[in-house]
Design a protein around this ligand. Structure first.
Ligand code: ADP
Length: 334
């Protein structure tokens, strides 16, 4: 493990912002800490950067305790939501900033800047000023700048959240590729599960200062710890008791106290075992989105294939797509 947080606690006076967090990060891995606003994720990131003192616990990198290492000697790079570029400096100057501070010879700086701009897909943008770039381009420049000094670890604070949805999706894929191509180990904090899924290999779910669940993206996604975690991960609803049993039975699964369902877990299908009556139908570019009533379950979301003629009031057969639900062993966190 390259980065190791052991029982990390950070207090502001009486308030505990980070509560006994233990996390490991392997070389080249991207870990997303996902949690709602105020759960302590920025504090955690700032603590790793050396910008907040630990109240208890330890942080080590490559086996060396970082307690005595100030921020600028940690070899970490930070990238924030809005990139924070120097507006009066050209793209090339922005990217070169830290290299120049280190008095790297000019020829070497120029070559490295070219290489980094190519990496982030902005070759030829060197002379532009940040004000003339799109939001996505600015974030790429910020990333190139962060990677310039070959950080041992890159710390990302919601790097995509300032972008609009389309751009966010596009840049997310690129950012992931760039991080992997550069072999950079990264710690990302975000409240946006899409951002976490798009960028990270591993996920740690944080709530009220604590890490309540961690694991591979798939693992956490398929087996969220409890109702709050499931909803936070983007599941549409959590069904309990009788409703959970009905849906699980239709999916061919054993009973459980609760099941989290995505909007597309129920699918209109002639061979479906469940009867539903359609409350509402809305056509989207991918499918028809429905809200249906199922006896014993109540109102739930469902989908039908594009082109299927489904209208409010219709009785339709539905099946349950087992890959679009998650069985919850418990309903609320212990
Ligand atoms: P997040 O990044 O998840 O939104 P933060 O780490 O910013 O959460 O904050 C966690 C908690 O610590 C919040 O209750 C916040 O008000 C508190 N906090 C953060 N920074 C400070 C500070 N400098 N002084 C006092 N309290 C702080």
């Amino acid at each position: 493990m390259v980065l190791r947080l052991q029982d990390v606690t950070v207090r502001y006076g009486e308030a505990v912002a980070v509560d006994d967090v233990t996390l490991d990060l392997a070389p080249g891995q991207v870990l997303a800490v996902l949690g709602p606003s105020g759960c302590g994720k920025s504090t955690l990131l700032r603590t790793v950067a050396g910008l907040e003192p630990l109240s208890a616990g330890s942080i080590s990198f490559d086996g060396t305790d970082l307690a005595g290492t100030p921020t600028h000697k940690r070899g970490f790079a930070l990238m924030f939501q809005d990139g924070q570029l120097f507006a009066h400096l050209s793209v090339a100057r922005n990217v070169a900033y830290a290299l120049r501070l280190r008095r790297t010879p000019s020829a070497q700086v120029a070559a490295r800047v070219e290489e980094l701009l190519a990496l982030v897909g902005l070759s030829g943008f060197g002379d532009r000023l940040p004000g003339t770039l799109s939001g996505g381009e600015r974030q790429r420049v910020a990333l190139a700048r962060a990677l310039a000094v070959e950080p041992r670890l890159i710390l990302l604070d919601e790097p995509l959240s300032a972008l609009d949805a389309t751009l966010r999706e596009r840049l997310a894929g690129d950012l992931r590729e760039i991080l992997h191509a550069a072999g950079t180990t990264a710690l990302l904090v975000t409240h946006d599960h899409e951002e976490a899924f798009a960028l990270a290999d591993r996920l740690a779910v944080m709530r009220e200062g604590r890490v309540v669940q961690s694991g591979g993206i798939d693992e956490v996604w398929r087996e969220p710890l409890d109702e709050d975690t499931a909803l936070f991960l983007g599941y549409a609803r959590v069904l309990r008791d009788h409703a959970a049993r009905l849906v699980l039975q239709a999916a061919g699964l054993p009973p459980a106290p609760a099941v989290a369902v995505r909007r597309s877990a129920l699918v209109v299908d002639d061979s479906g075992p469940v009867r539903a009556s359609v409350d509402s139908a809305r056509v989207t570019p991918e499918q028809v989105r429905l809200v249906v009533q199922v006896e014993g379950v109540g109102a739930v979301d469902a989908v039908a294939a594009l082109g299927s003629r489904v209208a409010p009031g219709d009785e339709v057969p539905v099946r349950v797509d087992v890959t679009r639900l998650a069985v919850l062993p418990i309903t609320t966190a212990p």
